[in-house]
Design a binder for this molecule. Sequence first.
Ligand code: ACO
Length: 320
Amino acid sequence: MTTKIIGTGHYVPERIITNDDLAMIMDTSDEWISERTGIHQRRIDTGEGVVQMASKAAKNALENAGIMAEELDMIIVATSTADYLFPNTASLVQRELGNHQCTCLDLSAACTGFLYGLNTAHAYIKAGMAKTALVIGSECLSKTMDWTERSTCILFGDGAGAVVVTEAETGIEEIVSHSDGRKGEVIICDSRPLENFLVKKDVTYAYTRMDGQEVFRFAVKTVPECIHELLEKAGIGVEEVDHFILHQANERIIHSVSKRLKAPLERFPMNLQNYGNTSAASIPILLDECNRAGMFQSGDKIVLSGFGAGLTWGAILLTW
Ligand code: ACO
């Protein structure tokens, strides 16, 4: 018995910000951003927030799966940009969906968050603690950006993606999952600063800081290694994988992974040109777009791979 994706959904804010729009508020250009990243535009939230985006993606996924919210035993939201410190995002999504008893938990693992979420749902299902679960990645990264820091803010966008999973005979086949906290500083965003009756501070808000080149080097080395580790565990070759659904950070990272794996680029669908890097939301948004485009056939082998702050990374092999 394993865990199968039976429905997908996504939601992105309506407001499109193109590279040319950014060039009007900072010293950058469409040419620089497109060439270095492949990103042409991103969606920016103007007030909905992580809970609303997550709920809309979730409703979409439930509809696609053909099940009711009441049938869910568990809701997991992967996010690093929650609307509230508490209650957790998943409980507020549950309220929006109208299921009032299932387990709800949030999970923070940056751009690897959705994969960790899927692993967690799978573990609950394998342990008999849940039968059907909703796994969501929802992010409002725009609120963590310093919009005067051109090398970082141009990369990110807001949005949410979701999948419904249930126990089944085929589905998730193999998982690898890793973290290395020693490189935590290479992409980091502070939480609320400590300020209480013992510690008085001038409260300043800190934004996302990133060593772009270090992240780039980490991604192009670690992702192929981790996919090789995954396929070795599963006992299959790279050529047997039909689709590689990678975290959508940068087109050059995906090109490099394709080259290092010696797998044709056509097997690496991309949508980062439209949405930028949406962190935990990027894999489920892409999954949903590919699913609705009819790209996946029953029996296809799909590799999902995420990587990001922590540092965290991992990969999942599944049969569609
Ligand atoms: N527009 C124009 N010029 C810019 C911009 C910009 N938006 N940003 C930086 N520059 C300038 C720099 O100031 C620098 O100028 P200088 O040479 O006069 O000093 C020049 O461009 C080169 O800057 P670099 O930082 O060296 O540019 P690089 O080629 O490394 O590209 C980038 C930067 C795109 C961030 C790259 O390092 C990258 O893609 N890294 C991966 C980051 C990533 O994907 N992070 C995702 C977040 S975490 C995750 O999802 C895993």
